[in-house]
Structures are given as structure tokens and as C-alpha cells.
Write a protein that binds this ligand. Structure first.
Ligand code: CMC
Length: 438
């Protein structure tokens, strides 16, 4: 059947909602992986009532064919492909193509895609002057959101949402320029000259080059660093209707251009409840190391019900058995630490914490495993990426997912502005008392 917003859906049944003498038959629908939902789109028209679901815990905001996850079984698939298979066989740019266009690219398609991205890696020279205006200690996420928003001032030739070619160019520009914008924000914070992108390098190599090369020294790229970064970007590339993705959809639903919508997504990701957990994890590991490395003391604190302390990087709201992304990057993390053999007490603490927590009854019973943020924080640290840049890396990884959702929404039948309702709980009508009498 066709739902009220034009999608083909499987209807299983109807559910009758009775309110006094009014009733409404709501379709019970099912997605392709068996998830069921009540379609309430006719509820208000037929009964005058709306639903209330603060935090959207029970609310499907859209139908989407991009990412499927099953938290109980530890499943994450992009366009039907398990994340483990993609991480083993594809690079980040192929994954981005898959998310945005729905299919894995063939050899010709991926070459065109890579070439298109390479063509746009430089920033407009005038854009560099923005960086002079930011304070030296500006958070790189603030710079990222501002400069991405400002892309719409430089590329006014590609803002027409109804012109597929213009949208396409904006997609290339975003994918190409975000690493450059990000690396420049880091260079600004340490007072080093910006390094131009080098188009002979691939996506992750180029980012590492812009981050760590200087005009005075040869920078030798470590292929294991580029590989680790590639994996991290892949596992972060999409996670269905999370806070930042929903933000991109919400802003995009007003027909705001792609740059403005992505800039809003970056701001949403910046919040510590969303993109900031790996930063919190490394800060905690540093604190434990500074405090003499007594891991057991912190595990006991986390278990103490009278102590609000939690082990950062453990547990997950959705993945209740294991986080498939953590499993993938754990191997990479172990390999990197073995190879680098770095003299940093933080890694010793991370290793011990992982071992203690995995054997402890408290963590086993509650299914609290190290999550993606635990290992990604440790990997970023090993790569020499400063803590403030962690969420920036997350944004570079999540960009294809945001674009895919923005595009899916605009191409959906029945697309309309997102406009939730509310249950008003304020004053009923009252009179304005003149100022002198208040
Ligand atoms: N340390 C110690 N105890 C914990 C932890 C932890 N990290 N996480 C959960 N618990 C306990 C919690 O106290 C509760 O115990 P009890 O049943 O005795 O009251 C039980 O485990 C269930 O916890 P919950 O708070 O109901 O679980 P939740 O699903 O609401 O929370 C979480 C999930 C991720 C917010 C939480 O595990 C947490 O705060 N973890 C640390 C922060 C972190 O690593 N966040 C990043 C998550 S990955 C983000 C992403 O996917 O991008």
C-alpha cells in the first residue's frame, strides 16, 4: 500500500484507538527488517489528539533505506552491507559513495567520484582570512561549523536544491573541503602555517599530511596511521536517526541549502552527549594515569551506587551485547599500540581497565563493554591527534551519512517541512498589567 506520505509500505494490520466517542484506525506497518510501527499520520485529523514522546524514544521520524542497526544483536549495516564486511573490503570514499547513492560503486564510478573530490580540496583564498578572525584558542568544532556555513557565501552558484547538478557539486565540495577546513583549524590553534592539500595522496593520507606536515620538514606518512584513520571514518559514517543526523534533516526540511544543513549537524555533534564521549574517555584515562594508575580504584568508584562516576567508554544506549564498531577498531588499536610501543602511561591504563572491566561481574551482568569511543579515543591519542580534534574527526566520518539523509529526505515522495507539535503547559490567557502597576 501507499502511506499518506507516498511511501510503499507493508501494512500488517490496523490498531483501533478509541477516545471517548471518537475512534481512529491506525495502520500497523513493518519495515524490511521486521521493525513495527503505528502510523499515526491521520491521528490528529481524525481525533484532534496528538502524541507526546519527549526525547523521541518511541518515535520514528522517517522511513529510511540507508542504515539498519539492531542493538540487541550487535548488527550495523549500511545499505544492507554489514559494517564488518565494508571495513574489510572498502575504503572510506567507497563507503561514502555507497551511503549517498545507495550502491557500491564500480571501478569507473569510484574513479570519477575520487577525481571529483580531489578537484575541490583547496579552500578559496579569501576563506583563509576567516581563520585570522578566530581567537587562537577557538574550539575547532566552532570553526568547522562556521566555515562550513560560510561555504554557502562562496558557492552561491550551487545552492539550488532543485538542480541535481548543483547539489552534486555541493556534495563534492563538502567531502573535499571538510578535511582541509578541519586541518586548518588545528594549524591555527598551534600557530603553524596552513599546509595545502596534496592531491597525489588519498583522502586519509591527505588529512594526516595537512595536520602534521610543515613547510620546513619532510613528513613521512605511516600507512598504518592512514589505515587506522580510514577504519575510524568508516565506522562513524552513519548511525541512522541520531541527534546530528536528525538535525541535518530538520534544518534541510526547510529547504535550507546543504552547507547550512551540514553546519547545523556539526553544531549538534559538538555536544558532549553526542560526539564528545571519546574526548571524555581520554580525559578519564589521563586522570587515572595522573592519579598513579590505580585502575581498580576507578572500577570500584564506577560500581559504587553512591558515586556518580561512570567509566567513560563503557556501555551503550543501543548496543546491549557488543558494539560492532568497537570490535572492528579494537584489532586496529591493538596493532597500532604494539607497533608504536609508545611511552605513555595512558595506554597501560587503557589496557588494564579493559581487562579488569571485562572480567568484573558488575560489568558482565549489565552488559557493559568497551564501546567505539573507548577504542577511537585511544587510537586518536596514538596517532598524535589532540583531544579537541576528536569530535572534528567524528564529523569528517559522519559527513557522508548526513549528506545521504539530506538527499534521501529531499528525494522522498511527500517530502514536507518537519514541524513537530507540542502540548502547551503555560498560562492560559491573561491581561497585560500596565508597566506602572507591575
Ligand atoms: N560505568 C559504570 N556503570 C555503568 C556505566 C558505566 N559506563 N554505564 C552504565 N552503567 C550501569 C548503570 O549505573 C546501571 O546500573 P544499575 O542497573 O545498577 O542502575 C546500568 O549499568 C544500566 O545503565 P543505564 O544508564 O540504564 O544505561 P543507558 O543505556 O541509559 O546508558 C550510556 C548508556 C552510554 C549513556 C552509559 O552506558 C554511559 O554513561 N556510558 C559512559 C559514557 C560513554 O561511553 N558514552 C558513549 C557511548 S557510545 C556513543 C555513540 O554511539 O556514538
Amino acid at each position: 500500500m501507499k502511506s499518506s506520505d507516498g511511501f510503499e509500505i507493508e501494512q500488517l494490520d490496523t490498531v483501533r484507538v478509541q477516545m471517548g466517542d471518537q475512534s481512529c484506525d491506525l495502520p500497523l506497518i513493518e519495515g524490511s527488517e521486521g521493525e513495527r510501527a503505528l502510523d499515526i499520520s491521520r491521528l490528529r485529523a481524525e481525533t484532534g489528539a496528538i502524541t507526546l514522546d519527549e526525547g523521541f524514544v518511541n518515535t520514528g521520524s522517517t522511513r529510511s533505506a540507508i542504515t539498519f542497526l539492531d542493538g540487541e544483536k550487535g548488527v550495523l549495516r549500511y545499505r544492507g552491507y554489514p559494517i564488518e564486511k565494508l571495513a574489510a573490503s572498502c575504503d572510506f570514499i567507497e563507503t561514502a559513495f555507497l551511503l549517498i547513492y545507495g550502491e557500491l560503486p564500480n571501478a569507473k564510478e569510484i574513479e570519477t567520484f575520487r577525481a571529483g573530490i580531489r578537484e575541490h580540496t583547496m579552500l578559496h583564498q579569501d576563506m583563509k582570512s576567516f581563520y585570522n578572525g578566530f581567537p587562537r584558542d577557538a574550539h575547532p568544532m566552532a570553526i568547522l561549523a562556521s566555515v562550513v556555513g560560510a561555504l554557502s557565501t562562496f558557492y552561491q552558484d550551487s545552492l539550488d536544491l532543485d538542480d541535481d547538478r548543483q547539489v552534486e557539486i555541493s556534495i563534492y565540495r563538502l567531502l573535499a573541503k571538510l578535511p582541509t577546513i578541519a586541518a586548518y583549524s588545528y594549524k591555527k590553534s598551534i600557530g603553524q602555517p596552513f599546509m595545502y592539500p596534496k592531491n597525489s595522496l588519498d583522502y586519509t593520507e591527505n588529512f594526516l599530511h595537512m595536520m602534521f606536515a610543515t613547510p620546513t620538514e619532510e613528513y613521512e606518512l605511516d600507512p598504518d596511521f592512514a589505515e587506522a584513520l580510514n577504519l575510524l571514518l568508516i565506522v562513524h559514517a552513519d548511525h541512522e536517526q541520531n541527534c546530528s543526523t536528525s538535525t541535518v534533516r530538520m534544518v534541510g526540511s526547510s529547504n535550507a541549502n546543504l552547507f547550512a544543513s551540514i553546519s547545523a549537524g556539526i553544531s549538534a555533534l559538538w555536544g558532549p552527549l553526542h560526539g564528545g564521549a571519546n574526548e571524555a574517555c581520554v580525559n578519564m584515562l589521563e586522570q587515572i594515569a595522573r592519579d598513579g594508575g590505580d585502575v581498580k580504584k576507578y572500577v570500584d568508584m564506577a560500581k559504587d551506587k553512591d558515586n556518580p562516576f561512570r567509566l567513560m567508554g563503557f556501555g551503550h544506549r543501543v548496543y546491549k551485547n557488543f558494539d560492532p564498531r568497537a570490535t572492528i577498531i579494537r584489532a586496529c588499536c591493538d596493532k597500532l599500540l604494539d607497533k608504536l610501543n609508545l611511552d605513555d602511561p595512558l595506554f597501560e591504563v587503557a589496557q588494564q581497565l579493559q581487562e579488569v572491566a571485562l572480567k568484573d561481574e558488575y560489568f558482565i551482568e549489565r552488559k557493559l563493554y568497551p564501546n567505539v569511543d573507548f577504542y577511537s579515543g585511544v587510537i586518536y591519542r596514538a596517532l598524535g591527534i589532540p583531544v579537541q580534534m576528536f569530535t572534528v574527526l567524528f564529523a569528517i566520518g559522519r559527513l557522508p551519512g548526513w549528506i545521504a539523509h539530506w538527499r534521501e529526505m529531499h528525494n522522498s515522495p511527500g517530502f514536507r517541512i518537519n514541524r513537530p507539535r507540542q502540548i502547551y503547559t503555560g498560562h492560559t490567557e491573561r491581561n497585560v498589567t500596565p508597566l506602572e502597576s507591575r
